[in-house]
Design a protein around this ligand. Sequence first.
Ligand SMILES: Nc1ncnc2c1ncn2[C@@H]1O[C@H](COP(=O)(O)OP(=O)(O)OP(=O)(O)O)[C@@H](O)[C@H]1O
Ligand SMILES: Nc1nc2c(ncn2[C@@H]2O[C@H](COP(=O)(O)O)[C@@H](O)[C@H]2O)c(=O)[nH]1
Length: 355
Amino acid sequence: MRLDLGRSTVADSAVHLAVDAEQSQFAAWAWLTAGTRASLPHSVGALACQAAAAPPLCRLFGCAMDVARALCTRNVTQHHGRWKYLVQAPRAQHRQQLDWHCSLDPWAANNHTLTSAFCGERTPTQQARRTRRGTRTRISCHMTGGQIERKQSDLLETDRKVTTPADRRPVVISGPSGVGKGTLITKLLEKYPDTFVTTVSHTSRKPRAGEVEGRAYYFVSEPEFLSLISRGAFIESTHFSGNYYGTSKQTVLDQTAQGRVVILDIEMQGAKAIKADPNLQARYVFVKPPSLEALEHRLRGRSTEDEESIQRRLAQARLELEEADRSNTYEVSIVNDDVDTAFQELLQFIFATKV
Ligand SMILES: Nc1ncnc2c1ncn2[C@@H]1O[C@H](COP(=O)(O)OP(=O)(O)OP(=O)(O)O)[C@@H](O)[C@H]1O
Ligand SMILES: Nc1nc2c(ncn2[C@@H]2O[C@H](COP(=O)(O)O)[C@@H](O)[C@H]2O)c(=O)[nH]1
């Protein structure tokens, strides 16, 4: 797997872990495969990213330590001589918080399977221990390289059912306010809940009815937003239609650590800022309305803006549409006339593009 985090890239990661969570039956696999270029799917989740960057494994395989610290400081502890990785179940539909404790021993086993951990099967031979405290399930266990090789084939069986893009760089989706970016992204997340995840931006705008703190946005006051900017919290930020918006470094780290392809819904200036940063690698989609009239109709139909905000957003839309035609920021422009057609075009771009 590739973990693109600014300057540091953990490529050809030596650690692959996967989580398969089916309703009440949870299982997690973990193993190390030296020199294997991962082609593992969405199920290589939080575990993979965090363990890949964990200090002992970094030393073993020369991964970037700064990535390791960023991802693992809060989540790795040493316990009875073993490293423990605390990770969260990566599937969005599991509303309850589920933490996993996996014990990894990086020195076990043979040439290509260096170590392993297996959690979830409650057979005595695998010495899995599962405890439940409140809404949290904690599982810890350990198994040998031989055992994990058997599990590897099970996992590959799971992999075949999974759809995942070959190019796993974050996808930036821009377009005028009201064009339907959120609608398309929602469809994407509903269709592939284990493959994609969105960042959660900060904004100084007031929450709309139904917008939940930490899901739609992190809602902060303008002084708080400016203070976050001065502390370098954002990879990009902008002032749009009277409010501040920004993508924090932390949200990119958090979402990347889930092992899914990150989707960023940001306006054009933010997209340009990301594109101009040589440390950030992403793909860029621009969504256009069939006409300005249709855009206005959608903005009004959404009933989220007052007249002043509608006018500001329409004026901004005209500028963005003109600039999108001139700009070389975007790899693809999709006209969102019929939403299903636009969605198919988005899928085609996301899944067809090769690294
Ligand atoms: N193809 C379409 N045809 C008609 N209506 C659409 C279409 N796509 C989206 N809409 C509607 O247009 C409105 C705006 O869509 P949406 O909120 O997804 O836009 P957005 O680009 O995410 O806006 P913003 O940038 O302000 O967040 C919504 O009411 C949505 O249901
Ligand atoms: N540059 C950024 N733009 C962002 C970010 N989060 C959202 N947005 C864009 O803002 C407008 C307006 O959003 P709304 O929720 O008030 O309708 C829209 O075009 C979003 O794409 C961000 O972090 N950075």
